[in-house]
Design a protein around this ligand. Structure first.
Ligand SMILES: NC(=O)c1ccc[n+]([C@@H]2O[C@H](COP(=O)([O-])OP(=O)(O)OC[C@H]3O[C@@H](n4cnc5c(N)ncnc54)[C@H](OP(=O)(O)O)[C@@H]3O)[C@@H](O)[C@H]2O)c1
Length: 240
């Protein structure tokens, strides 16, 4: 029987690397993202299907879930996410809502919409959080708090959904070399400095690679005895 996987944010970074691993394992992979061209191009490179949905919109997430309600779904990976480095004096209601909606509300309502499809296949959900959810990070309140909510959501659901045969897990990366560095809201000329600062705080002397995280996601998918887990894939990274 064909195994199906849906990966949000699958056009880039950790989501893309996870899609590559699952395609190589003969999953029928669908990637989703908010930019139709970027998603279509990535899907073609991967040999995957493409769907467009902004995870900040519950309405669009319900549409994203629709095709799987008939077919069933074995794997959902919530990789779409965003985070900005913003000092407390500069918060806005809109910016705060965006962090929560993309990183927490979206994954929760997507799981809700997909639950019959996941239950039909005794499926597994892996959500991509961040080490900052546990350690904190300077000027990272909105991101870290939203992802800490994601961790709590996944742990709660692991208990609620276990009787239905559905597992929910989290991977928490430290800094990983992906396009996200350029999306942190810091001026372009400071991005290299941010990356260098993170490398300095990485005891293994390397930044994470998307494949490092994808391999942990695959292990959570394939191990039937792992649920409610939050795995740090961070190379020992700490802010201080
Ligand atoms: N890289 C790191 O250092 C790091 C560390 C800890 C945790 N993480 C987490 O890892 C996950 C993947 O990030 P990444 O590093 O792989 O970064 P990335 O390469 O920028 O990938 C993020 C993906 O999420 C998509 N996305 C963002 N907002 C979205 C929205 N509103 N609706 C739909 N898709 C949206 C992006 O789409 P676009 O291409 O349209 O932007 C992109 O496909 C995120 O949840 C992030 O918080 C990353």
């Amino acid at each position: 029987m064909v195994r199906r996987a849906l990966i949000t944010g699958g056009n880039s970074g950790i989501g893309y690397a996870t899609a590559e691993l699952l395609v190589a394992r003969d999953y029928e992979v669908t990637i989703s993202g908010r930019n139709p061209q970027r998603v279509a191009e990535a899907a073609e490179r991967l040999g995957a299907k493409a769907l467009v949905a902004d995870v900040a919109s519950v309405e669009q997430l319900n549409g994203l879930a629709e095709p799987f309600l008939k077919e069933g779904l074995d794997v959902l990976v919530n990789s779409a996410g965003m985070g900005q480095v913003i000092p407390i004096g500069q918060y806005t209601e809109e910016g705060f809502a965006e962090h929560i909606n993309v990183n927490l509300r979206g994954p929760l309502f997507l799981i809700q919409a997909l639950l019959p499809a996941l239950q039909a296949r005794r499926g597994v959900v892996v959500s991509v959080s961040t080490v900052a959810a546990e350690t904190g990070g300077p000027s990272f309140v909105q991101y870290a708090a939203a992802k800490a909510g994601l961790n709590a959501m996944s742990r709660c659901l692991s208990m609620e959904l276990a009787p239905l045969g559905v597992r929910t897990n989290v991977v928490s990366p430290g800094p990983v070399e992906t396009p996200i560095f350029a999306k942190l809201g810091v001026p372009e000329e400071q991005v290299d400095g941010v990356r260098a600062g993170m490398l300095e705080r990485s005891p293994l002397g390397r930044l994470g690679q998307p494949e490092d995280v994808a391999r942990a996601i695959l292990a959570q998918i394939e191990n039937p005895n792992v649920t409610g887990a939050v795995w740090q894939i961070d190379g020992g990274f700490r802010w201080a």
